[in-house]
Design a protein around this ligand. Structure first.
Ligand code: NDP
Length: 407
C-alpha cells in the first residue's frame, strides 16, 4: 500500500487530493496537510462526497523541517506531494531527506524576500537525494510540467534535434470578477511583473516585462488572444537538458483588463514585496493585496471558457526541417463539474497526480533530483489522455511555425 502526504490545501491541493483519491490502486492512504487544518478538512469532506474515499488530514507548518519530517514519519508517506508555495520547497525537501520519503513539486524554489526563482537551489540537492536513494521530481504541474513532457515526447518521437521552442499559455476563461489571479496572487503577480527573459544563441536575454506581444489564434475555436512574452521557469531546465535548443520563449495571454489593473497596482506600490510600516505594524503590500483579492480556489463556480496550453517546436528530423504544435485544451466548467475547481488548478493538480503515480509505480523512480524532461515521457503522456487532460498535435510549415500560426 502506497501512503502519500499532500502538503498544501489551496486550489491545486484540492485537485491533487481528488485525483489521487480516484486512483486507490496507486494512492493507498492519503493524508492532506497544510498550515490551516480547516481547509484540509473542507477538502476531505468534498473528496468523500465526490469519490466516497476517506482521506486523513493534519496541520503542519512546512517551514518547520522537524515538524514536517515528523508528520512524514507518522503518516508513513513514501512520497510527499508539495503543492504549498514555492517558499516551502527546500524545507520540504529537507524533511523528505530526514524522514526518508520521495518528493514532488510543481514550482521551483523562490525566496520570500527576493522576486527571483531559479532551479539552482533545488539542483544543489542532487547529491543528497542520490546518496539517500530518494527521488525528487521537480515541476510536475502544467507549465512547468506537461510543457516539459511535451518537449521530451517531441524529441523522442519527432525530432533528431530541437532548435526552437515556443510555449504558449492561453487562459480563455472569464471568472466574471473585475480583477483576480488564477492561482496564488502573490506568486502570480511576482511572476508576471518580473523582467522578461528568453533564451537565444546560448544565453538568456533580458527585456522589459510585457514588451513583446502578438496575437495568437487557438485551435478548436477557443478564440484569439494577445500573448505576451515573459520568463517562465521551465525555460531554464529545458535549455540545459536539451542543448540543441537555439531559442526558447514563453508566452502567456493577458486581457487588457488584467493588464490595466496590474499597471495601476504596480504604480501605486501594491505589488511591492519589501515591508512597509502601517500604523505601527510591518506589512508587505503584495501579501496585503492577496488578502483582499478573490481566493483563486473560489473562482471555479463562476469561471467559463477554456484554457489552451501548448508548444510550437521546430527542428530537424532525418536531415529535414520539421515543426509541430502540441497542445491541451481544458474547459473550466467541466473541471468544476468533476472536482469543484477551475481549470488552472485542474491543469496543475492532474499532472502532479500523474507525476506522483510514475514515481510510486517505479517508472520514474531513480535517486536524485530530476526535471520532467529528464524522464521517459510515454506513460505520462498516456496518463494525460486517460485522466482529463487529452492532447493533440499537428505538423506545421516553417512559415506558420515562425509566426506561431497553428491553425
Ligand atoms: P494557494 O495559495 O491556493 O494554496 C497554497 C496552500 O499552501 C495553502 O493551503 C496554504 O495554507 C499552504 N501553505 C502556505 N504556506 C504553508 C506552510 N508554511 N506550511 C504549510 N502549508 C502552507 O496556491 P495554489 O493552490 O494556487 O498553488 C499551489 C502551488 O502550485 C504553488 O506553488 C504554485 O506556484 C503552483 N502552481 C504551479 C503551476 C504549474 O503549472 N506548474 C500553475 C499554478 C500553480 P494557508 O491556506 O494556511 O495559507
Amino acid at each position: 500500500m502506497n501512503q502519500v502526504l499532500i502538503i498544501g490545501a489551496g486550489g491545486v491541493g484540492s485537485v491533487v487530493a481528488h485525483k489521487c483519491a480516484m486512483m486507490p490502486e496507486v494512492f493507498g492512504e492519503i493524508t492532506l496537510a497544510s498550515r490551516t487544518l480547516s481547509k484540509c478538512d473542507a477538502i476531505a469532506a468534498e473528496v468523500k462526497y465526490r469519490t466516497g474515499r476517506e482521506i486523513a488530514t493534519a496541520q503542519v507548518d512546512a517551514d518547520d523541517v522537524a515538524a514536517t519530517a515528523e508528520l512524514i514519519r507518522q503518516t508513513g508517506a513514501k512520497l510527499v506531494i508539495n503543492v504549498a508555495l514555492p517558499y516551502q520547497d527546500l524545507t520540504i525537501m529537507d524533511a523528505c531527506l530526514e524522514a526518508g520519503a520521495d518528493y514532488l513539486d510543481t514550482a521551483n524554489y523562490e525566496p520570500k524576500d527576493v522576486a527571483k526563482f531559479e532551479y539552482s537551489w533545488q539542483w544543489a540537492y542532487q547529491e543528497k537525494f542520490e546518496q539517500a536513494g530518494l527521488c525528487a521530481q521537480l515541476g510536475s504541474g502544467f507549465d512547468p510540467g506537461v510543457t516539459n513532457v511535451f518537449t521530451a515526447w517531441a524529441l523522442k518521437h519527432h525530432f533528431d534535434e530541437i532548435h526552437t521552442l515556443d510555449i504558449i499559455d492561453v487562459n480563455g476563461g472569464d471568472h466574471g470578477k473585475a480583477f483576480a489571479t488564477n492561482f496564488n496572487p502573490e506568486i502570480n503577480i511576482r511572476e508576471v511583473t518580473a523582467p522578461c527573459r528568453h533564451f537565444e544563441n546560448g544565453d538568456f536575454v533580458e527585456t522589459a516585462p510585457m514588451s513583446l506581444h502578438q496575437s495568437f489564434v487557438c485551435p478548436d475555436g477557443v478564440g484569439t488572444f494577445e500573448i505576451y512574452r515573459m520568463y517562465h521557469e521551465e525555460l531554464e531546465s529545458l535549455v540545459k537538458h536539451i542543448p540543441t535548443i537555439k531559442r526558447a520563449q514563453f508566452w502567456m495571454s493577458f486581457s487588457p483588463n488584467y493588464l490595466k489593473h496590474l499597471e495601476v497596482l504596480q504604480n501605486v506600490g501594491m505589488t511591492r514585496i519589501d515591508s512597509v510600516s502601517y500604523q505601527g505594524v510591518e506589512i508587505i503590500p503584495l501579501q496585503f493585496l492577496k488578502a483582499v483579492l478573490p481566493n483563486p480556489g473560489d473562482l471555479g463556480v463562476s469561471t467559463k471558457g477554456r484554457t489552451c496550453i501548448g508548444n510550437v517546436i521546430t527542428g530537424i528530423k532525418d536531415g529535414q526541417f520539421k515543426a509541430i504544435y502540441i497542445w491541451n485544451i481544458c474547459d473550466h466548467e467541466a473541471c468544476f463539474a468533476e472536482v469543484g475547481s477551475q481549470a488552472i488548478s485542474y491543469t496543475t493538480g492532474v499532472p502532479a497526480m500523474i507525476g506522483a503515480k510514475q514515481v510510486l509505480a517505479g517508472s520514474w523512480r531513480k535517486p536524485g533530483v530530476w526535471n520532467m524532461e529528464q524522464q521517459d515521457p510515454d506513460l505520462f503522456m498516456q496518463d494525460l489522455n486517460e485522466n482529463g487532460l487529452p492532447w493533440s498535435f499537428v505538423e506545421l510549415t516553417l512559415e506558420d511555425a515562425k509566426m506561431l500560426k497553428v491553425i
